[in-house]
Design a protein around this ligand. Structure first.
Ligand SMILES: NC(=O)C1=CN([C@@H]2O[C@H](COP(=O)(O)OP(=O)(O)OC[C@H]3O[C@@H](n4cnc5c(N)ncnc54)[C@H](O)[C@@H]3O)[C@@H](O)[C@H]2O)[C@@H](O)CC1
Ligand SMILES: Nc1ncnc2c1ncn2[C@@H]1O[C@H](COP(=O)(O)OP(=O)(O)O)[C@@H](O)[C@H]1O
Length: 470
């Protein structure tokens, strides 16, 4: 609780300027965190007051006593005291309800959160402890009356509700504060990893000075059909921008050569083409499905039988292919495709992205990237959620670009889980960079252009090495 309260005080100090801080302490452990935060703020010379609900939680009772012992002010939390104390406050710390909360929000509490939300709209900022009050830790749905925060300081591991859907929008800027407990315990308790850029940087391939296009990954993009010929082209550019040495697009349609570095092989028909290609030198990795059309299942089944690292996307994401994969396959459904694979409604996918990613992995094996804002990676070692991205990425061809990134990383020798974790972060980071320039006018080609810069951003967070950063 001491670590938690100090982390909250850090977040609040950064936002309060010299203004007064009002801390709302509920009856649970969150309330105790608020009392600890108040004490740390006072020690830093900041003006802090606490309004508290009754508590029997031993650590909350103890920290209330400590706060009183250093001369801290505390009054009973109710509508009248809250109205009075909100006047002149710069920041409210929301320690009312934490992970112990189960909906619905009781009317007495909803009245208090409603008052704070109205005050925030007009006057100040809210920092929530662990989760915004009224948000259930594992549920993306938001009950009426939940607190709107500018920032949320959560502990040890990120809670699913802080990542997905409307609940995530209530959390504002999320910081994960470590607590002094055993790492093994955290690993057991965490539902999903949320890797930092430093962690992603450690996964990315390192190239020696004598690298050449033949050693940097020879990859194939298999896709395209009349009407969707842009999809494989975008995947090809994504692959080039994610470092692939040689990228060949195979298609039975006329794929536009949107960048001259791509090689495009037009085939008359898939069956004879695959018979020929089967005996040709194989690529280091293949991505299949982008705009591929009605023959996707047959083409993908053949390519999967080659047992080379593969990305399976878009039209190739069909239930018939469950069981046809292997360990080095990355399956990349968006929620619509995930619903098709599992035979359920898209709303069931978006309601529980972590559970669905796990279910898809059980069904398909290999590695699953359940795309969204943010994407979830499921593999034999667990679940990992990507950081960042930009809402401007809600536009055509973004997933095709991601497939290019993933196949490029596979082609450069990364394992499927590492390529998926690193690839979704590079793609999201490129989206953030492009989003800063283009906002909602962002298109997939913009994201592809930013992939090199995103790679540099990520490796700058990691350990220095002799073949980059010079
Ligand atoms: N320039 C091109 O040639 C393009 C071709 N494309 C290709 O077009 C074909 C059809 O793919 P589509 O994905 O458009 O069509 P689908 O009909 O498979 O899926 C689109 C639907 O999935 C659902 N969905 C997707 N993302 C969602 C999310 N994050 N949350 C909730 N629901 C979500 C929505 O209901 C959406 O309308 C594929 O072969 C694809 O590769 C697209 O990638 C777009 C660009
Ligand atoms: N709001 C968002 N925030 C972050 N990433 C997003 C957002 N919207 C879309 N994306 C990303 O864009 C990509 C969209 O993929 P997909 O729907 O398959 O596109 P397409 O089929 O048009 O290529 C995914 O990687 C997804 O994670």
């Amino acid at each position: 609780m001491e670590d938690a309260g100090r982390a909250v005080a850090d977040a609040v100090s950064a936002r309060a300027g010299g203004g007064r801080i009002l801390l709302l302490a509920g009856g649970g452990a969150n309330g105790g965190d608020a009392f600890v935060a108040a004490r740390h703020l006072m020690v830093r010379g900041m003006e802090a007051a606490v309004l508290a609900r009754p508590s029997t939680h031993p650590l909350t009772v103890l920290n209330r006593r400590r706060w009183r012992a250093v001369g801290g002010a505390v009054a009973a939390l109710g509508p009248a005291t809250l109205r009075r104390e909100l006047r002149g406050a710069a920041v409210v710390v929301d320690g009312l309800l934490g992970t112990g909360f189960t909906p619905p929000l009781r009317p007495a509490l909803a009245e208090l959160t409603g008052m704070v939300n109205a005050w925030r709209h007009a006057a100040g900022q809210v920092v929530s402890i662990d989760v915004p009050s009224g948000v259930h830790a594992t549920d993306a749905h938001v009950p009426d009356g939940a607190m709107q925060a500018d920032a949320t300081v959560t502990f040890m591991g990120i809670k699913p509700a802080l990542l997905f859907g409307p609940a995530a929008a209530l959390a504002g800027e999320v910081t994960v504060a470590p607590l002094s407990v055993m790492p093994a315990w955290i690993e057991q308790e965490a539902l999903a990893a949320w890797p930092t850029d430093a962690r992603v940087a450690a996964l990315l391939p390192r190239r020696h000075a004598d690298a050449h296009k033949g050693t940097a990954g020879r990859v194939w993009i298999v896709g395209g059909h009349p009407g969707t010929t842009g999809a494989p082209a975008l995947a090809g550019v994504g692959a080039l921008r994610a470092g692939a040495g040689l990228v060949t697009v195979h298609s039975t349609a006329d794929v536009p050569l949107i960048t001259a570095e791509l090689m495009v092989r037009r085939h008359a028909a898939w069956t004879p083409a695959l018979t020929r290609l089967r005996d040709a030198p194989r690529p280091d990795a293949v991505a299949v499905g982008m705009g591929l059309g009605p023959e996707a299942v047959a083409v993908t089944r053949e390519l999967l039988s080659w047992e080379i690292p593969a990305v399976v996307d878009a039209d190739a994401l069909q239930p018939d292919l469950a069981g046809a994969g292997h360990d080095r396959v990355i399956w990349t459904p968006h929620p619509g495709e995930a619903a098709r694979l599992l035979g359920c409604a898209t709303t069931e996918i978006t309601a529980d992205p972590l559970g669905i990613a796990r279910a898809l992995h059980d069904r398909l094996g290999g590695v699953v990237v359940l795309k969204g804002g943010p994407s979830v990676v499921a593999h034999a070692g667990g679940l990992s959620v990507a950081r960042g991205g930009h809402p401007g990425m809600a536009s055509a061809g973004m997933g095709d670009t991601l497939s290019g990134v993933l196949v490029a990383l596979l082609g450069q020798g990364m394992t499927a889980p590492d390529a998926a974790v690193a690839g979704v972060r590079l793609h999201a980071r490129a989206g953030e960079r492009a989003g800063a320039a283009h906002g909602y006018g962002l298109i997939a080609s913009d994201v592809a252009q930013e992939l090199g810069g995103a790679w540099m951003d990520v490796i700058r967070s990691g350990p220095a090495g002799p073949w980059y950063g010079r």
